[in-house]
Ligand binder design. Structure first.
Ligand code: HEM
Length: 453
């Protein structure tokens, strides 16, 4: 990497030439490979992959610089931009004034009062799932990750767009196919164009169509139906008018926003829950403390949003699970202009990989990083730690819009499920990471329910 910057000589970043020696492990398991490289090279290093240089840092000050202090100099990186193959130009992928306007329109749907209203939906969808679980033959082993996908997509579709989806599992699978396709196409060196009728291209197109049709059906239903009475995020998006032209959003723009919110809004929470059930099974003493708290705070009643917010220890557990298994395991940025971070030159044309998966394991902020310890999130300890040592929801102006929604949702699901069942993992089932856009369990999570006495 070049070292000169106008009037001073900057140090060279340690370099990893993954094209030469590390490409296969990096492609197979990027978060793990990144972590090993940080342990070897320190806080910040650059990675040479064919046609591009990525820089990885696990230093909170660097992350703050990119996401907050100098955020105007950064746009989403090429890997994130690839997501527009599926998501179009929605909140996650759009930039500049257009993004700012769309964010302004959507933000009120996520205010505290709104989330409290949506909690009712989170609870009733979980209750419906529990009713189904109650009809399962005793001892049945099933895939929890499928159940969580259906549950969180029901919650998202219903509370954000007032829609009932009857093909959630099919939608979940289509999203998985799309994520695998987009991730693979980014990691591949030589790519075949999308129009070629290869097997993988065809599979992606089919998945795209399932997702697209489902979203279009929601828009059509609303355009025809009781739009005036609706009071949700979709209504806000449909009512929004451009300040200058007075025009509303086109169907294409609505589609992009909806598919973005729907995809970003359920897959992440589903994985947050998957990993939480997994860790509770592995740490029975923590599971017992969670259960005691749920019983003491809620005591068998139907929880109110305020009750869920009083589940302090359960929330700490969630935070610690998302430290070790951040559902969005990496976010990426690209500088518009050359930048300098901590004395290092960041040239135009490079990109940043900011991976919560490694940031959350920086031993300077997380002693014994692999140890699962929810006490790390006691209020006093949180206050003392650098704010950007923990960033499962990103940070700065592009902070996850659904953060409070997701936390309330995960607390609601845990409170209701754990009150009724102990969720036991099938002992022989292998648990392996699949780091796509979200961090998923590759073979799902096979579980058995043990009803509470
Ligand atoms: C555990 C659950 C969740 C996690 C870990 C998570 C994580 C993230 C992260 C890290 C970002 C920042 C991406 C970046 O800076 O490039 C983000 C952005 C976003 N998230 Fe989430 N998210 C979760 C739940 C949700 C939910 C429930 C929704 C919607 C209901 C949602 C919608 C979005 C949207 C629309 C963006 C883009 C925001 C913008 O750029 O203005 N997320 N999320």
């Amino acid at each position: 990497m070049s070292t000169t910057n106008k009037d001073k000589i900057l140090p060279v970043l340690p370099s990893v030439h993954w094209f030469l020696k590390g490409a296969p492990p990096m492609r197979a398991n990027p978060p793990l490979h990144l972590l090993e490289s940080h342990r070897k090279y320190g806080s910040i290093f650059d990675i040479h992959v064919p046609f591009r240089t990525y820089i990885s840092s696990w230093e909170p000050e660097h992350i703050k610089h990119i996401l907050v202090t100098n955020n105007r100099n950064y746009i989403k990186d090429p890997a994130t931009r690839k997501l527009s193959l599926l998501l179009g130009n929605g909140l996650l992928t759009s930039e500049g004034d257009f993004w700012r306007r769309q964010r302004r329109i959507s933000q009120p749907a996520f205010h505290k009062k709104r989330i409290e209203m949506m909690t009712e939906r989170m609870l009733s969808e979980t209750e419906a799932m529990l009713e189904k679980w109650g009809r399962k033959p005793p001892g049945e082993v099933f895939d929890l990750s499928d159940e969580m996908t259906v549950l969180t997509s029901n919650i998202a579709a219903k509370s954000l767009f007032g829609a009932d989806l009857d093909n959630n599992l099919e939608i979940g699978k289509a999203l998985l196919v799309s994520m695998r396709f987009i991730t693979a196409s980014f990691r591949k060196i030589f790519k075949l164009p999308l129009w070629l009728p290869t097997a993988t291209n065809r599979k992606f197109r089919q998945a795209y169509k399932i997702l697209d049709d489902s979203i279009q059906a929601i828009i059509t239903q609303r355009r025809k139906g009781a739009a005036e009475e609706a009071d949700d995020l979709l209504a806000m998006l449909m009512e929004a008018r451009d300040e200058e032209s007075g025009e509303g959003m086109t169907d294409k723009q609505l589609r992009d926003e909806l598919i973005t919110l729907f995809s970003a809004g359920h897959e992440t929470s589903a994985n947050g829950l998957n990993w939480t059930f997994y860790m509770l099974d592995k740490h029975p003493e923590v599971a017992q403390k969670v259960l005691t708290e749920i019983q003491e705070v809620i005591g068998g009643r139907r929880p109110e949003p305020a009750d869920l917010m009083r589940l302090t220890y359960t929330r700490q557990v969630l935070m610690e699970v998302m430290r070790l298994y951040p559902p969005a395991w990496a976010v990426g940025r690209e500088p518009l202009e050359e930048d300098e971070i901590d004395g290092y030159l960041i040239p135009k044309g490079t990109a940043f990989l900011i991976a919560p998966y490694v940031v959350h394991r920086n031993p300077a902020f997380w002693p014994e990083p692999e140890r699962f310890d929810p006490d790390r999130f006691e209020a006093e300890k949180v206050k003392e730690r650098h704010k950007f040592a923990y960033m499962p929801f990103g940070g700065g102006p592009r902070l996850c819009i659904g953060k409070d929604f997701a936390i309330m949702e995960m607390l609601a699901v845990l409170a209701l499920v754990l009150d009724k069942y102990e969720v036991k993992l099938e002992a022989t089932h292998p648990i392996e990471l699949e780091p796509l856009i979200t961090l998923r369990p590759l073979h799902g999570i096979r579980v058995q329910l043990h009803p509470r006495e």
